[in-house]
Design a protein around this ligand. Sequence first.
Ligand SMILES: [Zn+2]
Ligand SMILES: [Zn+2]
Length: 352
Amino acid sequence: ENKYLNLKANHECELNHRGSSGSMEVEGIYDLFSRSQTKYNVKYTSYRYIGAGDAKVMHKLLHNPPYDDVSIIKIEDINHFSKKMLHRLEKITKDLKTTRIGGKLGIGGHGRLTKEMTIRFKQYYRQAISKNKTDLDEMIRAVWSIWKHKASSNLEPHHEWCSLSFCGYLKSLETGNKTNIYFDFVLYVTRIGDEYDHDGHKLPLAVMKAIRPVFDELAHPDTLRKVINGSSQNANESFHSVLWKFAPKNRYSSGAVIDLCAALAVLSYNDGNQSIVPVIAEMTGGDGGFYTHIGMKRFDEKRIYREHNQKRGKVNKSITTTVTSTLQLENLMIVDNNNQEQFDDSYMPGAY
Ligand SMILES: [Zn+2]
Ligand SMILES: [Zn+2]
């Protein structure tokens, strides 16, 4: 009894939210906006919109504007947005299950719209958006090029809107003769284009026609306009993973610990682990210790080495991991192995 009263009297309360847990994020983010001016003399102009929870945040920001003269705009998250492709294709696959298409029931199955292919479509869609972030017309064309490319056949190739970065057909032209490609294009296509065999890459036209409504919707200017200047939250999530390594989410940490870990994570994330040494030195006295110096230096070297290796092995590795072992799938669409961005969503932080 006495002990409790004692504890209570000496308790430094860290309570910073009253209300439902659902409103915690909204209130927290709203606080960040509200105090930005007094604390840092800046105004945040945008909010990145990721999921259903953000609708509440956006609503609050719009209806109780934290600044008099700056209205906050919504930024769509490209990773999240491109999942529309996945969801629409999944839905249409389900809806057409009992409909006869191209001689078979539904649009799924081997050589047709497999689950893997659906995921790839989502990735292509994301790429089309992220590579043409600032140009709506280009974005629309890039999305349609996905459809046209996959619907192309040896007799009817439609690669006008394709990009050399992913289109095996254009590439086969390119390797055939680099200087002549724009010169007498039609003649050239008939001569060299033959080398690219569509049969391994195309999807049946009946299937492509069946999923065309998805493209009608997702390549529509009204849809894509929302995602102009969109961005991803990768950098944000990547910082989070550093923070939660310091303070694991599955364990309770007090506010003081979280503050400390957040500070350490910022140091480590921005300037490397060696930047933590002066902090330790100040807390413990002395100069931080011989082995601490060496340890932190090693962590940093490892990080650089890993990054270097990842950049080199990224494309090869992600082809084997995301495309799995299905050779047939690999052949469905030739990708440019030299392109860093091509497969950079084999891991998409926060996207799932
Ligand atoms: Zn308390
Ligand atoms: Zn193409």
